[in-house]
Design a protein around this ligand. Structure first.
Ligand SMILES: Nc1nc2c(ncn2[C@@H]2O[C@H](COP(=O)(O)OP(=O)(O)OP(=O)(O)O)[C@@H](O)[C@H]2O)c(=O)[nH]1
Ligand SMILES: [Zn+2]
Length: 226
């Protein structure tokens, strides 16, 4: 079987078959062969090895539990979105209110991990869609952001994955997402520019039109105080 076929099958398994290969998270053929528990055991050994190599004393009370903590955190939390079982099911409803304007879910908190350095990406995602007869529960947008963020990521791909998934769920191209995020690999090491952040955007369907896009961006800039 060709690697592309296997990847295609995997992406169908994780419901990512609506993305082109360059938009999918690069996964190995055997990505789902090990159980979570087996992955935790293996990562634990590897983290232990890194710590020992750094010269740390793993008998120290404070360090003893670190390999296990890191392994659990990788598999169940910060990289949990690699597992299709954690993909949120997005309940949709008919747009019975006949709401015809765009809906914007803004300031969605985003925690991800840069795939180049495995350092945190922290930011906000802003999503908009125009219903084509289907609406989605508001929280599902936050959940979709969280699911794709919980993978080793580059911000451009994360942005596209969020939009593609919402387009699939909402059965419309009219979806947009803007992400503004700080990459600790830029802020805390390397060039150490603590002030810079990265803005990416993906505009589908009607959001490619200047006026619609402007309306979305104006909503994002609204100062909402509660
Ligand atoms: N396009 C893109 N680049 C990213 C993202 N996250 C991190 N990077 C960049 O990936 C690049 C990796 O470049 P390398 O030169 O291989 O890494 P490096 O030697 O650690 O580079 P410096 O960070 O410049 O020290 C860096 O410029 C990072 O800033 C992202 O989400 N998107
Ligand atoms: Zn990085």
């Amino acid at each position: 079987m060709k690697v592309e076929d296997t990847l295609q099958e995997q992406n169908e398994d994780i419901g990512d078959d609506h993305m082109s290969s360059s938009q999918e998270t690069p996964l190995r053929e055997d990505a789902f062969d090990l159980s979570d528990e087996e992955k935790i055991e293996r990562i634990k050994t590897n983290v232990r090895d890194i710590m020992l190599t750094l010269g740390l004393d793993l008998d120290d009370d404070s360090l003893q539990g670190t390999p296990n903590r890191v392994a659990k955190m990788y598999v169940k939390e910060i990289f949990g979105g690699l597992h299709p079982d954690r993909k949120p099911t997005s309940s949709t409803f008919d747009n019975k209110y006949k709401y015809g304007e765009m809906l914007v879910e803004k300031n969605i908190t985003l925690y991800s991990t840069c795939e180049h350095h495995l350092l945190p990406i922290v930011g906000k995602a802003h999503i908009a869609y125009i219903s084509n007869g289907t609406v989605v529960g508001l929280s599902k947008m936050n959940r979709i952001v969280d699911y794709y963020a919980k993978r080793p990521q580059v911000q451009e791909r994360l942005n596209i994955q969020i939009v593609k998934e919402l387009q699939r769920v909402l059965k419309t191209q009219d979806v947009a997402c803007v992400i503004d995020a700080k990459h600790l690999c830029v802020n805390s090491r390397g060039i150490r520019d603590i002030d810079s952040s990265t803005v990416t955007a993906e505009y589908g369907g009607k959001f490619k039109e200047e006026a619609i896009r402007r309306e979305f961006l104006d909503y994002i800039n609204l100062e909402t105080e509660f």
